[in-house]
Design a protein around this ligand. Structure first.
Ligand code: AMP
Length: 448
């Protein structure tokens, strides 16, 4: 399959060739022709599947060919995303793909001054990327209008709901023209997301690239048990002993993230961090420095977990397990991308056994355990078994559920990687109907 065969115009084909994209990914193969035709889309696709190009390329083409001039303060296509980082990242991709096209794109998000954003919107924007809160602020201040809007993209819809944006989204939906194209992307499809899709989408094409809640099989996953208070120490030990290169580390709290960052710096290791308390420019700078290889260890909370596009990242470490099991999949999705193999290591203490069981149940495998001799915990982490059960009595140190260093990661899972030959997307038309509109969504119900 080629991009030309999907119907993309020559300028876009040329740009993709320059970028070294040789062929479309599965989500692109399915989504591009449908979006070009103006169809609605519901796609289960995680970061790393090429989902951004899957919606951005056909949208840019439609905007170019329709050629309408965008009015002052208006937008023609709107991409709503959960986090500032993702907004920046999507905007960068859009700008790259739109090279040479007569279109204006821009990103708006909170945490930075609103004035430059108001100024930029005055000229009118063909494709606007936005986080929900800031977008509503701008709308309420009449800095953005939607009467020219033709397409709405909801990117990482599940994450937006997790972050508590349901009300903002409701308000936004009621401000948008009813006649429009809507594309909904989500890594997972809970009943709430399905209900939202039922309300928003019209006879969408449904594309599923990776099975629900599975983890990339190209990622070698294992864990080390440790006492809570010794986690940072264990991380430093593993970093030195295993000669780890660049590592992305996820912590639960902002405080924990800051503590590990300063500990690393004290040891002369280049480290930076990303979390919600940091001003946006500092977060972006940390990400850029990490991407450029200037920083060895980037420590982040889950704010940063989604959408980070870092090429060839070999290793992700969970200093703490995430509270929400699905975040585990998003975290480890930063590695093993684009056909590369990666490694994901979790440092697990006894308090976290329930989170561990929930994660294992979701990814349908028990994570191999590796004991680090100097760090055998006083508070043993109870053994878990497949199906998310916790064995009540902690087992003795030598009895491991899966012997060896964990390098095998035998559990069968998933196909999240587009390079897997057998990873054919499943495509089916979905009809709107009572089974869909489960009514689970909170907030006021909107007409139409
Ligand atoms: P995304 O899932 O949108 O975050 O994209 C993941 C990464 O894949 C990004 O770095 C894209 O630049 C890259 N990418 C997207 N589509 C292709 C393609 N068809 N061939 C090669 N790389 C791609």
């Amino acid at each position: 399959m080629t991009f030309a065969a999907l119907g993309l115009i020559e300028p876009l084909q040329r740009t993709l060739a320059t970028l070294g994209y040789q062929k479309p990914t599965p989500v692109q193969t399915e989504a591009i022709p449908a979006v070009l035709k103006g169809r609605d889309l519901m796609a289960a696709a995680q970061t790393g599947t090429g989902k951004t190009a899957a919606f951005a390329l056909p949208l840019l083409q439609r905007l170019t060919l329709q050629g309408a001039k965008v009015a002052s303060n208006s937008v023609r296509a709107l991409v709503v995303v959960p986090t500032r980082e993702l907004a920046e990242q999507v905007q960068q991709s859009v700008q790259t793909y739109a090279e040479g096209l007569p279109l204006r794109s821009y990103a708006v998000y909170g945490g930075v001054s609103i004035n430059p954003q108001m100024m930029a919107l005055r000229k009118g924007i063909d494709l606007l990327v936005a986080t929900p809160g800031r977008l509503l602020d701008l709308y309420r201040q009449n800095a953005v209008r939607f009467d020219q809007l033709e397409t709405l993209v909801l990117d990482e819809a599940d994450r937006m709901l997790d972050l508590g944006f349901a009300r903002e989204l409701d308000e936004l939906f009621s401000a948008l023209p009813k006649k429009r194209q809507t594309l909904l992307f989500s890594a997972t499809f809970s009943d709430v997301i399905r209900a939202m899709a039922g309300e928003l989408l019209r006879e969408p094409l449904s594309v599923e690239v990776s099975p629900r809640n599975a983890a990339a099989k190209s990622v070698r996953q294992w864990l080390v048990t440790v006492d809570k208070k010794r986690k940072s120490e264990l991380f430093l030990h593993l970093l030195a002993e295993r000669r780890w290169g660049q590592v992305l580390v996820f912590g639960k709290t902002r405080k924990g993230v800051d503590e590990l960052e300063s500990l690393l710096r004290q040891q002369g290791i280049s480290a930076d961090s990303i979390h919600g308390d940091k001003p946006q420019p500092a977060r972006l700078r940390a990400l850029e420095r990490f991407k450029a290889g200037e920083v060895q260890v980037l420590v982040a909370t889950d704010v940063a977990a989604r959408g980070l596009d870092i090429h060839d990242l070999p290793l992700v470490v969970n200093l703490d397990l995430p509270i929400v099991a699905e975040d585990y999949v998003h975290r480890i999705g930063r590695t093993g991308r684009a056909g590369a193999t990666g490694e994901a290591v979790s440092l697990v203490c006894a308090d976290e056994v329930e989170q561990l069981a929930a994660i294992e149940s979701m990814i349908r495998q028990v994570l191999p355990r590796h004991d680090e001799p100097d760090f055998i915990p006083d508070h043993r982490v109870p053994q878990t078994v497949l199906g998310g059960q916790i064995l009540k009595k902690p087992k003795k140190p030598k009895q491991k559920l899966v012997p060896g260093s964990g390098a095998g990661a035998k559990g069968k899972v998933h196909l999240g990687n587009w390079f897997d030959g057998d990873d054919k997307p499943r495509v089916k038309a979905v009809r709107k109907g009572p089974g869909f509109a489960g009514g689970a969504r909170k907030g006021p119900k909107k007409p139409g």
